[in-house]
Design a protein around this ligand. Structure first.
Ligand code: SIN
Ligand code: CO
Length: 388
């Protein structure tokens, strides 16, 4: 994708300009980011999803049994029957995994790395409905899908910002409104992390939130060191050959700290392992139980492709690739595979995985490593045959 082409989605900015001036920095309102946008799902379909066991959903009622009552899905069929006329909202996570047309919306965001995307959350709200003033730790693009929503933005927050006393919802105790807009279908608001915001439905409305993800520093450190630990033998320890005689046996001397820092740097600086861990971590699926995989022998697998079957990415799978030294690695739903550099074009094809079939796979099916990779991905569940 050419980063210097003006994009309607970004109000005529190029991807390069948006990344330079707005991404992670300041909000951007785009009128008609997606002209003539029509919500790919109806409020009833959204409510239907909220009944499903594997779907994460929430209902927030501003004036429920207590202020800002949170009810968690999955919901019973009659859960929506007795709701008040206004001031409530239903939010459903990861709709992109369950409704292909919603998943397709993500193609418009291809100027950002796929592995940074979390999900598309879809909300339906009755007039006055919203989740209250809050901030998120992540970037989000809020695309208005149906009806009108008033968005207000406020101060930049952090984990010290005062919150209302509420067991389940992080609602800001203070909200210093700086700007507001009413969004209509096709309008979009980009918000950087930590910016206070409050969306209130003007009428029955649906909002699509394209949410991003970034591991916290604490997560990076704890998970990476756990990962590293698996490769370190027990005998590899803090060591102090050539230690200087100590003047006071109770003092931990500076040179011990240096030895410790060397030990840490030696392992933490291992780029190969860091990349491997990072790729695995960032491709861990949100719902691992939806990456089932199947038993299939190689003959049946190849037979399927020869008979015209089409392979696609499991909508719940995450795929990425990277270079590690001379080699390549494919990350698929939390697993990594080291592969020869000759497979570069195949890895790109697999990660895009719109539709893989004997025609576009062509030569790769004659290559044993390539064939095995595809077969393994089907068995693991990251790829699946479209007609199954
Ligand atoms: C919503 O769609 O109502 C909430 C989105 C958000 O503020 O994060
Ligand atoms: Co938010």
């Amino acid at each position: 994708m050419n980063p210097d082409i003006p994009l309607q989605l970004l109000g005529g900015l190029t991807a390069r300009e948006f990344l330079r001036d707005y991404w992670q920095k300041k909000p951007l309102l785009v009128r008609q980011a997606m002209p003539d946008f029509e919500s790919p799902i109806s409020p009833d379909e959204l409510a239907g999803l909220a009944l499903e066991e594997e779907v994460e959903s929430r209902l927030v009622l501003e004036h429920g049994e207590r202020p800002w009552e949170l009810r968690r899905g999955p919901f019973a069929e009659d859960a929506f029957a007795d709701l008040p006329e206004r001031d409530w909202t239903l939010l459903v996570q990861a709709v992109d995994q369950f409704v292909p047309e919603v998943g397709e919306l993500l193609e418009s965001f291809n100027f950002l790395p796929k592995w940074r995307i979390d999900d598309v959350m879809v909300s339906f709200a009755t007039p006055g409905g919203g989740v209250g003033p809050h901030f998120d730790n992540y970037d989000v693009f809020l695309l208005q899908g149906h009806g009108k929503r008033r968005w207000q933005i406020g101060q930049t927050c952090n984990s010290e910002s005062p919150l209302l006393e509420h067991a389940d919802l992080k609602i800001l105790a203070e909200f210093d409104k700086t700007e507001e807009w009413v969004l209509e279908p096709g309008d979009m608001l980009y918000l950087p992390p930590l910016l206070a915001h409050c969306g209130t439905a003007e009428d029955d409305c649906m909002t699509y939130s394209v949410g991003f993800r970034a591991p916290s520093a604490a997560e990076v450190l704890t998970h990476f060191t756990d990962f590293l630990g698996q490769f370190l033998p027990d005998e590899e320890r803090y060591s102090d050959a050539d230690a200087q005689p100590t003047s006071d046996p109770h003092q931990i001397q500076r040179d011990s700290l240096d030895r410790l820092k060397n030990l840490l740097n030696e392992h933490m600086g291992d780029e190969r392992l860091l990349m491997t861990w990072f790729g695995q971590f960032m491709t861990e699926p949100r719902y691992p139980e939806l990456i089932g995989g199947i038993e299939m022998d190689e003959e049946a697998f190849l037979g399927n492709l020869q008979d015209g079957a089409v392979l696609i990415r499991n909508p719940s799978a995450r795929l990425a690739w990277s270079e590690v030294g001379e080699d390549l690695v494919l990350f698929a739903s939390g697993q990594s595979r080291l592969l020869p550099a000759s497979l570069r074009e195949l890895l790109k094809l697999v990660c895009a995985a719109e539709a893989l079939h004997s025609e576009n796979l062509g030569q790769w099916l004659g290559d044993e490593t390539a064939r095995n990779l595809l077969w393994e991905l089907v068995k693991q569940g990251s790829l699946e045959f479209a007609n199954e």
